[in-house]
Design a protein around this ligand. Structure first.
Ligand SMILES: [Zn+2]
Length: 314
């Protein structure tokens, strides 16, 4: 039996074939965000056909927000069009069951069944990527919420009077400080009163701090640039508050961390969280570690979903 896993991201679509033992083959393509709402399922179908297998079921982890009733992606800021149908076009194409799930909720299921979370019934997964999100296993059950969008930890408010406005329009959300897309905004505020002329950052952006990126900041911090190190530490302190909020609300045994910002800079991201979290905790501190599944964590969740679907377990 071949089970198909799909990971729909704003930048890349990844498709894999696997079974109980894990992923056997996978491929990745840049997401077709230009050909209209039907372009995305068409691209996924083509990628699946490229494997030359008969799928038994297809499990999809996707950027949200989702409409799980309709099996589609809703109004995501990442595409120029709205309401991308996923489930019906793929069911029509392959004649097998298809299910879509929020990518972080898929990821935590992947961690639970294939990764560091095996046998751990209170588990949390955090992605620090272009955006910031999470997924939870609570008392052995995946947490979904009424619309399939729990737990949106990136949109927990850290400071309602903050200067930083989140992509969702609210002020002072955690994501507005610490996601890959927003760290530069936070950095510009943090560095406002510092003389940047001696440092690397101003040179890297050619004098225009509007061109600052997260990659530039972490790269400069690796070269021990004073200003970049300062920003990375402050981002870490803010992440420590966010992680403490998770622990106080969900009381997990283990938190695993993934997403491009964390995967590319594991020490600089995890270190300050471990250092800063205790002073914000009431619940017992859990273990915090990078996901051993790396960039495949959502695919593993999609694979688990596909196997459950094929067996009629959901
Ligand atoms: Zn927000």
């Amino acid at each position: 039996m071949s089970y198909v896993a799909v990971d729909i991201g704003a930048t890349n679509i990844r498709v894999a074939i696997g079974n109980e033992r894990g992923i056997k083959v996978k491929r990745s393509e840049a997401t077709d965000s230009l050909s209209g709402p039907e372009g995305v399922p068409r691209q996924i179908a083509k990628m699946i056909r490229g494997f030359n297998v008969e799928p038994a079921a297809i499990g999809v982890g996707s950027i949200g927000p989702l409409d799980t009733q309709k099996g589609s992606i809703g109004e995501t800021p990442n595409f120029a069009f709205k309401h991308i149908p996923i489930v019906s076009p793929l069911e029509g194409e392959f004649g097998v069951p298809v299910r879509i799930m929020n990518d972080c909720n898929a990821a935590v299921i992947g961690e639970y069944l294939y990764g560091a979370g095996r046998g751990i019934d209170n588990l949390f997964y955090v992605t620090l990527s272009t955006g910031l999100g999470g997924g939870a296993i609570v008392d052995g059950n995946p947490l979904n919420g009424k619309d399939g969008n729990a737990p949106e930890i990136g949109h927990l408010t850290l400071d309602p009077d903050s200067e930083l406005v989140c992509g969702c329009g609210c002020r002072g959300h955690w994501e507005a400080y610490c996601s890959g897309a927003n760290i530069p905004n936070y950095a510009r505020i943090l560095l406002r009163n510092r003389d940047l002329n001696e440092g690397l950052l101003l040179k890297r952006v050619g004098g225009d701090m509007g061109k600052l990126t997260s990659e530039m900041i972490f790269d400069a911090a690796k070269k021990r640039d004073r200003d970049a190190v300062f920003v990375v530490k402050e981002v870490g302190k803010t992440n420590a508050v966010g992680f403490a909020n998770i622990v106080n609300a969900f009381d997990p045994e283990l938190i695993t961390v993934g997403g491009s910002v964390a995967l590319n800079n594991p020490e600089m991201v995890i270190g300050p969280i471990k250092k800063g979290i205790d002073r914000h905790l009431v619940n017992r501190r859990p273990e915090i570690m990078m996901t051993p599944l790396g960039a495949d964590v959502v695919l593993y969740g999609g694979l688990a979903l596909a196997m459950k679907l094929a067996k009629g377990a959901i």
